[in-house]
Design a protein around this ligand. Structure first.
Ligand code: 4BW
Length: 148
């Protein structure tokens, strides 16, 4: 009989799984759209967090959001990339976890979100929890359980 380490998973501290803020590509609310597109393209990520100058989370921006904004009826209106700012386009309805939230809450949020932003008790951005880190945790635990 396999023994899945249910408690090890349930007691996982989300800070342990977090990609810390210094490794997370992000943009700022007042950056022009062209800067955000550059960060998204160069980092290779399809969406990144948006912060203000006090390092607080304000939203998320994706390549798709930017392209939809510059797409006119007949052609791309590329001048909008310098005219508009990240805050004009970002999605500000984002789920946020606190560092001390429990693992089940984090797991539930990653069903619909490829990553969830994490902040500390003072509301400062700490990092992100990705689906990848959660799948890695389950894979490790299942591998241990099925090993003879
Ligand atoms: O540049 C990349 N490096 C690595 N190591 N993996 C990447 C890279 N780009 C994409 N991936 C992989 C990851 O497995 O493709 C998945 C989907 O990427 P996404 O969503 O659509 O750009 C990645 O899955 P994940 O690690 O679970 O990450 C989920 C989402 O979290 C990513 C991206 O929107 C965000 N993200 C992850 N790491 C990030 C980040 N955003 C900013 N900075 C980071 N360091």
């Amino acid at each position: 009989m396999y023994s899945f380490q249910k408690d090890v998973i349930l007691n996982t501290n989300i800070e342990q799984l977090m990609v810390s803020s210094d490794k997370v590509a992000h943009v700022q609310v007042d950056n022009p759209l062209e800067h955000a597109l550059l960060v998204l393209t160069k980092s290779g990520y399809s969406a990144v967090p948006v912060l203000n100058h006090s390092y607080r989370l304000k939203g998320l921006i994706s390549t798709t959001m930017i392209l939809e904004t510059v797409l006119g009826i007949q052609s791309f209106e590329m001048e909008k990339l310098s005219q508009l700012k990240v805050e004009d386009v970002m999605n500000s309805d984002l789920p946020i976890l606190k560092v001390n939230h429990d693992f089940m809450r984090a797991l539930g949020l990653t069903i619909n979100h490829p990553f969830v932003c994490i902040e500390d008790d003072d509301g400062l951005f700490k990092g992100i929890l990705t689906r990848r880190s959660i799948i890695k945790l389950f894979t490790k635990s299942l591998n241990k359980a099925i090993q003879p």
